[in-house]
Design a protein around this ligand. Structure first.
Ligand SMILES: CC(C)(COP(=O)(O)OP(=O)(O)OC[C@H]1O[C@@H](n2cnc3c(N)ncnc32)[C@H](O)[C@@H]1OP(=O)(O)O)[C@@H](O)C(=O)NCCC(=O)NCCS
Length: 286
């Protein structure tokens, strides 16, 4: 009877800006590191839904359009004492209705994976979360004749092209918003931009991502640049297993602390052979 009463009292509605402090407290309750500003950033870029009981937010789910054909889902959280009662599934369904027939990407924790499988998501890869405080980073130089430099005003259009090429999704809106809050370096190869890496405040310190490059060596060069620029700071980076950077990051002092499963509902985005996104933006936006 308790369960039935509980279910009857729950309302579901769109997330507004004024819900973000409560959503932030919910993510703290499941020990996620997000700051209020991290919630605000992703909320500016997408839409969210909340489950509310007696005026208290007990569940969240968010989704983001990534062009006309793709979307991502994330920040799916149900308050620990309200889990296992169908709230997560209802919130997921609302987010899926919002994105319509777009192909959908998400990164699943072990707690979320069974629910997503029931909703038609299939595992397509893994992402490793690395983090730590590096005192003396190894410096990896870019190839001869190339240099790492700050993003210039004229580079933005090319950067957005590379972001799309490396993910198979239109990333202009997301990249423009991220560049408001992040610092960015690029690899310049004889005047041509061949890769980029962002760093921004997140959680307990900084996060590096996205990192886009044609090969692991250039990705390492940009990552080691940012780690060197943040000596003694807590740094996190979430890398795709397929990029092969995990062993190197462990040696660098950014230790693997978790792995999540990349899952897709519908068709995975087509990524060409030229550019790869080695580090994702975060586990919400991919
Ligand atoms: C993942 C999470 C959101 C699920 O929310 P929830 O409200 O507990 O999930 P529901 O009660 O709606 O369960 C949904 C379905 O998944 C199934 N399920 C949930 N957890 C399961 C588990 N550990 N093993 C097997 N099945 C499970 C349920 O049986 C249910 O199936 P049904 O609808 O066919 O009966 C919740 O556990 C949570 O907040 N976890 C911590 C944060 C987190 O890891 N979020 C996921 C980020 S990707």
């Amino acid at each position: 009877m308790t369960t039935l009463n509980l279910a009857a009292e729950i309302t579901y509605r769109r997330m507004t800006d004024s819900d973000l402090p409560a959503a932030h407290r919910l993510s703290q309750a499941v020990r996620w590191p997000h700051r209020l500003e991290d919630w605000q950033l992703v909320h500016r870029l997408g839409s969210g839904f909340v489950a509310e009981r007696d005026g208290e937010i007990i569940g969240t789910a968010m989704c983001w359009s990534q062009g006309s054909y793709y979307a991502s889902l994330g920040l799916i959280i149900v308050s620990p004492e309200a889990q296992g009662k169908g709230i997560g599934r209802t919130l997921m369904q609302q987010a899926l209705d919002e994105i319509g027939d777009r192909n959908c990407l998400l990164y699943a924790t072990p707690a979320g994976q069974p629910l997503y499988e029931k909703l038609g998501f299939k595992a397509v890869g893994e992402v490793h979360q690395h983090q730590g405080t590096v005192v003396q980073p190894e410096v990896v130089a870019p190839p001869t004749g190339e240099r790492i430099r700050p993003l210039g005003n004229n580079d933005r259009a090319r950067l957005i092209e590379l972001a799309a090429e490396s993910t198979g999704m239109s990333r202009a809106t997301i990249m423009n918003e991220l560049l408001q809050v992040a610092e960015c370096v690029v690899i310049d190869s004889y005047g041509e931009l061949v890769g980029f890496a962002l760093i921004r405040r997140f959680g307990h310190g900084y996060t590096i991502g996205p990192v886009v490059a044609p090969d692991p060596e250039r990705a390492k060069a940009m990552i080691s640049y940012w780690v060197g620029a943040r000596v003694d700071s807590f740094v996190r980076i979430d890398v795709q297993d397929s990029g092969g950077l995990s062993p190197w990051l462990n040696e660098l002092g950014l230790v693997k602390v978790d792995t999540v499963v990349a899952m897709v509902r519908g068709e995975p985005a087509h990524v060409g052979p030229g550019m790869k996104q080695f580090a994702i933006i975060n586990q919400a936006l991919g």
